[in-house]
Design a protein around this ligand. Sequence first.
Ligand SMILES: [Fe+2]
Ligand SMILES: [Fe+2]
Length: 338
Amino acid sequence: MDSKSIKKFSKWTKDGNYKAINWNDISDQIDKATWEKLTEQFWLDTRIPLSNDLSDWRTLDDDHKWVVGHVFGGLTLLDTLQSQDGMAALRKDVQTQHETAVLNNIQFMESVHAKSYSSIFSTLNTSNQIKEIFNWSDTEEFLQNKTKKIYSLYHNDGEPLKKKISSVFLETFLFYSGFFTPLWYLGHNKLPNVAEIIKLILRDESVHGTYIGYKFQVAFNQLNKREQDEIKGWMYNFLYDLYNNEVKYTHLLYDQVGWTDKVLTFIRYNANKALMNLGQEPLFDDTAADVDPIVMNGISTSTANHDFFSQVGNGYRLGRAESMKDSDYDIGRPKNKK
Ligand SMILES: [Fe+2]
Ligand SMILES: [Fe+2]
C-alpha cells in the first residue's frame, strides 16, 4: 500500500553491474552527518567501571533491586530485537548506499547495547538472579507483546514505512519505561556508572530515532494525500495500542515501588517525541515540565549530550590516534643497528 509512490533504489548500475559505494558522491548529506556522529560517539560497555556502583547497590532493598534487574531484562530483549531483526529489516528499504552503511553501524551498536546490560547483571546480580531475569524477559506477557508486535512489522516487507514507524516507536518510546529507573537513581546520585551506560545508550537511541524518523519523512513526503492520511491513521492507532500495553507493563514493574504515575508521565512525554521524530503532531498533553525533575536532571547532568549534532560527552573519550613510525618497530633492537 504505502510503498507504491516511493522511488526505488538499486545497488546495481544501469548496465547491470554491482556498484561500489562512493563517499565522495553523497546524495543525502544526512547519511554522512549521521555516520560521523555515530562513529564519533562510539563506546564499549567494558570501559565503564561498573563495580564502583556496588556500594550503592547494597543500600537498595529487595523490591528496588528487583525493579532494576527486571527493567534491564526488558531492555535487553528490545535491544536484541533491534540488533537481530530491526536494522536488517530497515536495510531492505534503503534509498542510498550510505544509508546501508549507517544502518550497519547502528546494528553493531544495538549488539553493544544488548551486551552492556549483561555487564551490569554480572556486576550486580548473582547467577541465579541472572537466570531468573532472563527467564522473566523470555516469558513476560506485556514485554513479549510489544516485542512480537514490532517483530511482525519488521518482517512485513510490503510496508516499509510501517517498519520505520515501528523502529522509531521502539527506540524513542518503548525504551523509556526502562530508562526511567537508572535516570531516577542518577538524579539521586546513585548507581552513576550504571547510569553512564544507560546515558550512552540513550544518546545512541536519540540519533537512531532522529535518523530513522528523518528517513521516514523523506519517504512519507513522496506519498499522495490519501496515502499519507492512511499511514497517519495507522500510526496513531498503533501508538495508542502500544501505549495501552505499556501502561500494563509499567504497573507490573513499578507498582511495588510506587513510581508508576511518574513513569507513565515520562513515557507519554517520550511518545510525543517519537511522533516528533516522524514529523507528526503530539498525541498526549504531557511536556518536559510534567516529567519528574529528578529524572530530567538525570538526563541532563554530567557527560552525555543528547542533541543530534553534539560532541562526545566529557566523561568518555576515545584515545587519540597517532601515525606509526618505523622506529616504533625498534623494540629491543640496539639503537645503532637499524
Ligand atoms: Fe539500542
Ligand atoms: Fe537504536
